[in-house]
Design a protein around this ligand. Structure first.
Ligand code: BG6
Length: 466
């Protein structure tokens, strides 16, 4: 029996603000992420996003290398601030041309372009017009999605709406969306993003009826720390606010009763009108894409355990809600050198849970290991730890498929080295090395890592050698 379907979309992923650089070129307007690296709150000693991997300049070389790796698909994001110039929705033709050329180049090599409409980079004019917690946001995003669908729709079969909507809400301060964590505003962000996403899905069905569109959250199975009933309650609570609220909104068109009650108990207003529910109900996806790095383990926190908890909050760890649930360490798992737990079996379980809950085909749009890769004197990168990580995860992917999960494709993070969301360029993910350091841009040369050749071989035999 074949482990993977015949037309399985083996691929790789990136996002615009993390690879493109050249932020002043091509008529691009300023985005939140351009300024992020200059903020006093940004971690010291690591680069921001203004130069990144200069993919805006080297895109042809990069696509050629991806083609030589045998990629069947490439998931990238279009930069909103390269497409829309101002709050009236004026379109930047240079931006349109850039992505049209990129898409054509991918198609030339038979690489399926999989487009994320929005991956963390918000034009400043949107922020000045009220920001993400303001209703104007929905209008801006709907207009932007319409421009994308009209200009690129004839060439794109798979659209992704918003990258990691759940992480944007949970880390709203980190992504420059809110000045500080504020539950009332975060709920507005959550609802606006859900409405914006639904509007984009509705537009897609109108303008590109034969294309498929789905959300792309970051999903992680949540374990109960012990079999104490209270810890199991914490597991249910954490998975609700980390995973299911977001997928319920887009796939079921509603928020769960338990979530609504939770918000009320926190003493916060959460206004959802009848019209909003109609919009959510109409904006149902064709598939679910999700990013998977690791699982989470939850316990019911005590005052003491909260005090003792030193974990910094990011996409994968450090989540604490007093009286409700707290993420804790899983002693059964090893960690990457950047402290994220590695859980390949959790990957299979997450795939099964998502598929079972929503009954839609799934696509993996991120999975990978961040590491301090070393360029050796003879110009090689021996990233055997990355090959090992992928082997373990792809085996579990094959098992999930054999268990009955319908999987469209696998697009690990990342196609080429790029700047991490909060840990600089030294935390590398790519199959292709980019020769630059945190602040020394060197020659930006692209070099194939060992994992590049390993992945190429795997794709050649459609994963049968795993
Ligand atoms: C996901 C994001 O959260 O994880 C990516 O969609 C990000 O943008 C990736 O780069 C890895 O996280 P990090 O923080 O190591 O860059």
């Amino acid at each position: 029996m074949n482990k993977f379907p015949k037309n399985f979309l083996w691929g790789a992923s990136t996002s615009a603000y993390q690879i493109e650089g050249c932020v002043e070129e091509g008529g691009k307007v300023t985005s939140t992420m351009d300024l992020y690296g200059d903020k006093p709150s940004y971690p010291k000693g690591i680069t921001g996003f203004k130069e990144a991997s200069q993919h805006y300049k080297y895109w042809k070389t990069d696509v050629e290398m991806m083609a030589k790796m045998g990629l069947k698909s490439y998931r990238f994001s279009i930069s909103w601030p390269r497409i829309i110039k101002d709050k009236n929705g004026s379109v930047n033709q240079e931006g349109i041309k850039y992505y049209n050329d990129l898409i054509d180049e991918l198609l030339k090599y038979n690489i399926e372009p999989i487009v994320t409409m929005f991956h963390f980079d918000i034009p400043l004019f949107v922020m000045k017009d009220g920001g993400v917690h303001d209703k104007n946001f929905v209008k801006h995003f709907e207009l932007y999605s319409e421009v994308l669908l009209k200009h690129f729709g004839s060439k794109i079969n798979y659209w992704l709406t918003i990258n990691e909507l759940n992480i944007l809400v949970m880390m709203a301060d980190g992504f420059e969306i809110l000045e500080k964590q504020d539950l009332s505003k975060q709920l507005k962000v959550l609802h606006n993003l859900n409405l914006a996403q639904a509007k984009a899905i509705i537009k897609c069905k109108e303008i590109c009826p034969s294309a498929k569109i789905g959300p792309a959250p970051n999903i992680a199975t949540v374990y109960s720390d012990t079999c104490k009933p209270e810890d199991y309650t914490a597991k249910l609570n954490i998975e609700m606010i980390r995973n299911w609220v977001y997928l319920d909104a887009v796939c079921k068109g509603k928020y769960s009763n338990i979530f609504i009650k939770f918000v009320k108990k926190m003493g916060v207003d959460f206004e959802v009108t009848k019209d909003d529910l109609d919009t959510l109900a109409k904006g149902k996806p064709d598939f679910i894409a999700f990013n998977y790095y690791t699982t989470m383990t939850a316990q019911m926190p005590t005052e003491e355990s909260i005090k003792e908890n030193k974990e910094k909050f990011d996409q994968q760890k450090g989540l604490v809600v007093p009286g409700f649930g707290m993420a804790t360490k899983n002693p059964n798992l090893q960690k990457t050198e950047f402290g994220w737990e590695i859980d390949p079996v959790g990957f299979k379980n997450t795939l099964r849970e998502v598929y079972d809950r929503y009954d839609l085909p799934v696509m993996i749009t991120e999975n990978g290991i961040g590491a301090r890769d070393e360029l050796t004197k003879d110009g090689k990168i021996h990233d055997d730890y990355r090959i090992y990580y992928y082997k373990q995860h792809i085996r579990q992917l094959a098992e999930a498929i054999s268990d009955g999960v319908e999987v469209i494709g696998y697009m690990p993070w990342s196609a080429i080295d790029l700047v991490s969301t909060h840990e600089g360029i030294s935390k590398r993910y790519g199959f292709i090395y980019v020769n630059r350091d945190e602040f020394d841009l060197k020659d930006m040369k692209r070099i194939e890592k060992d994992s590049y050749y390993w992945y190429k071989n795997l794709i050649e035999v459609n994963g049968e050698n795993i």
